[in-house]
Design a protein around this ligand. Structure first.
Ligand code: F6P
Length: 319
């Protein structure tokens, strides 16, 4: 093992830079050459690659985004794209690649592994939608951003006596909505994993109003429903003035939280050490308080379990 490469792919996630820093520094400490592949798998196809030094990763641990840039590469999943990528790997004498991203990125890594390339995947996505790990890098930072939005929205919801629907990201996963809703003290949380009960939401708003409550925050995951549709139904069926805020890409940026930075540093360090010890074809995760490593196939097959108990708790805490 002489040369390892690193790339970030898919949606960026706060904490990716902390992983990059950890991989580069651990590799150089172990006398390895480190190559940066730019713009995800697109850079691997095009050969957009440069050598990293200790100072290439200075001053980035606290920055959101990814200094390597990122992309969702459709070309990589074609036979032609893969052939070009394999040529580039050969040309640059890359012995192993550390890939940072979510399930799409891991599917790309699995294709490389099938063709004999040594890869290690590190879970980086704000969605927290990978079943084999309790946390993905970027998730808790995105939740902090959503919680900060909830606090601000509560002020205006209270002042006007309106209900507010806050739409958060997460694709088909309701974790950002669930965690930010709990931490922000939301009255209702709507997620794709649990059937929507609009009457229950309307009754809750009405009961709250009866006892003098002015605000009502509904956190809705983007995968659950159209937030504007929900607004319309609450207004028409419940007669309650309602407004929508779509949080959008704000959730993808910003300073990574302490938890994200620590986990990112640990993942990067472990990835390089696993490669040095001869292991590959794996992804790293965090389960029950411990860092774990798992075969890429197994990780991609693991079904994400939604924590319904936490959601049920919200009904009691936000009564
Ligand atoms: O996967 C991260 C994510 O931000 C999702 O929450 C969101 O649905 C999607 O990416 C947006 O994708 P894009 O960056 O391609 O617009």
């Amino acid at each position: 093992m002489k040369t390892i490469a690193i790339l970030t792919s898919g949606g960026d996630a706060p904490g990716m830079n902390a992983v990059i820093r950890s991989v580069v520094r651990t590799a150089i400490y172990n006398d390895l050459k480190v190559l940066a592949i730019k713009e995800g798998y697109n850079g691997l196809i095009k050969g957009d690659i440069e050598t990293m030094t200790l100072s290439s990763v200075a001053d980035i641990i606290h920055r959101g985004g990814t200094i390597l840039r990122t992309a969702r590469s459709e070309e990589f999943m074609t036979e032609e794209g893969m052939t070009q990528a394999l040529d580039v790997i050969k040309k640059f004498k890359i012995d192993a690649i550390v890939v940072l991203g979510g399930d799409g990125t891991f599917r790309g890594a699995r294709e490389l592994a099938k063709r004999g390339i040594k890869v290690i995947g590190i879970p980086c996505t704000i969605d927290n939608d990978l079943g084999y790990t309790d946390y993905t890098i970027g998730f808790l930072t995105a939740v902090e951003t959503a919680v900060s939005a909830i606090s601000k929205l509560r002020d205006t919801s209270e002042s006007h006596g309106r209900a507010i629907v806050l739409q958060v990201m997460g694709r088909n996963c309701g974790d950002i909505a669930l965690y930010s809703g709990i931490a922000g003290g939301a009255e209702s949380i709507v997620v794709p994993e649990v059937k929507l009960d609009i009457d229950a939401i309307i009754n809750k708003i009405k009961n709250g109003k009866k006892r003098g409550k002015k605000h009502h925050i509904i956190v809705a995951a983007e995968g659950a429903l159209d937030a504007y549709e929900l607004e319309k139904i609450i207004e028409e069926k419940g007669g309650i003035e309602t407004r929508v805020t779509v949080l959008g890409y704000v959730q993808r940026g910003g300073v990574p939280t302490v938890q994200d930075r620590i986990l990112a540093s640990d993942f990067g360090y472990d990835a390089v050490n696993l490669l040095i010890s001869g292991k590959s074809g794996l992804v790293l995760g965090y389960k029950n308080g411990k860092i774990i490593e798992l075969d890429i196939d197994e990780a991609l097959e693991a079904k994400k379990e939604f924590n319904k108990d936490l959601l049920n708790m919200v009904d009691i805490l936000s009564i």
